[in-house]
Design a protein around this ligand. Structure first.
Ligand code: PLA
Length: 428
């Protein structure tokens, strides 16, 4: 111990080297990694890092989409606490199978495909537990590359920034499709339909199932029907990223509507589910990837291949979150408590949308803030420029992504006035 602290104090007393000399010395000392440059900061998680490093007592984090209660504190749902009580001391922590918890998968499929889905009964769905929504998307991307190596993925503009990383690292070429109309702050439906029509037959499309991130703009039910019809004509494959089931309307069943429309129309689909947001299990990394196949035999083959992709990466998925999810969804009482709690989170966010808009109007802002309450889900795509966001951060210690996205889940009764005032200052 003493030797260690002596060595440490020697190091700190050494005269400081200039950065360029330091870099050169480093490169010489370890040429093996000398060429490794620091990676650029993640546009979302980098915001959290900057927020944590800011000592200001006024600081506000509306960057990452993580739910906070009205006191600004992370929330563990009561249904989760109860499930954890049931797990503690009663269940073992053995490895799960490569494909994860069979019970958790069963319950997840009911949520996405419908409680009484014939597709589940017919065993047509290949499904594995995944490392939350990110892991589900990545498994699918790797599967796509392995079995359809010449395919591409169509991704909406804009989208969650990590979608680009996921398909890039899986080496699947990406194409953009039109989604958002900046002037109307709504859906560019004509542009979207055009891009669907103009894509080569049989293309892969990544669709946000509900609560589109970052725009908070979803197609209407009627528009989803038209999209599904056009997919049928073009034989496109829809891959749904469903990271916010329950967070759009407060009702997971209603938020699965887009998927159900595609299923009614007889599509084969893929689906990534996450329990990060709707069960507040962020760091537990629990989710599900499913691929609807033509028949049971195909589903068995596809599942075995998904497992084989998982095995050399992480062998098998973590057990705790899967136990929590399967206990909650398997128990009618806990499930109804969960549904109540999801609705509670969604309602608080809706309340904060109204409060933010009203505060901006009270301050006399001449801009239209209608979109704050029109958009749904966790985020408000404010329309602020990167420069305005920089001012919010530098002058007001408000942290958010530079695309102007505000995580409404981080807005509270206490900080909404401060936030509105700062937004007004940088936009007037
Ligand atoms: N898909 C979409 C559309 C998302 O917005 C997110 C999370 C995920 C998948 C993945 O979530 P999971 O892996 O935790 O299940 N997006 C967050 C967090 C909430 C993040 O960037 O990782 C966001 O702030 O956008």
């Amino acid at each position: 111990m003493a030797a260690l602290s002596r060595a440490a104090s020697c190091l700190t007393r050494r005269p400081q080297m200039q950065p360029s000399r330091l870099q050169a010395a480093r490169a010489m000392a370890s040429s093996l990694f000398g060429h490794v440059e620091p990676a650029p900061k993640d546009p979302i998680l980098g915001v959290t890092e900057a927020y944590l490093a800011d000592p200001s007592p006024d600081k506000v984090n509306v960057g990452v989409g993580a739910y906070r209660d009205d006191n600004g504190k992370p929330l563990v749902l009561d249904c989760v606490r109860e499930a954890e009580r049931r797990i503690a001391g009663n269940l073992n922590m053995e490895y799960l199978p490569m494909g994860g918890s069979v019970k958790m998968i069963e319950e997840s499929l009911k949520l996405a495909y419908g409680e009484d889905s014939e597709l589940i009964k017919d065993k047509r769905i290949a499904a594995v537990q995944a490392l939350s929504g990110t892991g589900a998307c990545r498994l699918f991307a790797d599967f796509q590359k392995r079995f359809l190596p010449d395919s591409q993925i169509y991704i909406p503009t804009p989208t969650w920034s990590n979608h680009h990383n996921i398909w890039r690292d899986a080496q699947v070429p990406q194409k953009a499709y039109t989604y958002y109309h900046p002037e109307s702050r709504g859906l560019d439906f004509a542009g979207l339909m055009n891009d669907i029509k103009n894509a080569p037959d049989g293309s892969f499309f990544m669709l946000h199932a509900c609560a589109h991130n970052p725009t908070g703009v979803d197609p209407t039910e009627e528009q989803w029907r038209e999209i599904s019809h056009q997919f049928k004509v073009k034989k496109h494959f829809p891959f749904f990223d469903m990271a916010y089931q329950g967070f759009a309307s407060g009702d997971p069943e209603r938020d699965a509507k887009a998927i159900r429309i595609f299923l009614e129309d007889g599509h084969q689909i893929g689906c990534a589910q996450s329990y990060a947001k709707n069960m507040g299990l962020y760091g537990q990394r629990v989710g599900c990837l499913s691929i609807l196949c033509e028949d049971e035999m195909q589903a068995v083959a596809v599942k075995s291949q998904l497992q084989q992709i998982a095995r050399p990466m992480y062998s098998n998925p973590p057990v705790h979150g899967a136990l929590v999810v399967s206990i909650i969804l398997n128990d009618p009482e806990l499930k109804s408590l969960w549904l109540k709690e999801v609705k509670g989170m969604a309602d608080r966010i809706i309340g904060m949308r109204t409060a933010l808009k009203e505060n901006l109007e009270k301050l006399g802002s001449s801009l239209s803030w209608e979109h704050i309450t029109n958009q749904i889900g966790m985020f408000c795509y404010s329309g602020m420029t990167p420069e305005q966001v920089d001012r919010l951060t530098n002058e007001f210690h408000i942290y958010m992504t530079r695309n102007g996205r505000i995580s409404m889940a981080g807005v509270t009764t206490r900080n909404v006035g401060y936030l509105a005032n700062a937004i007004h200052e940088v936009t007037k």
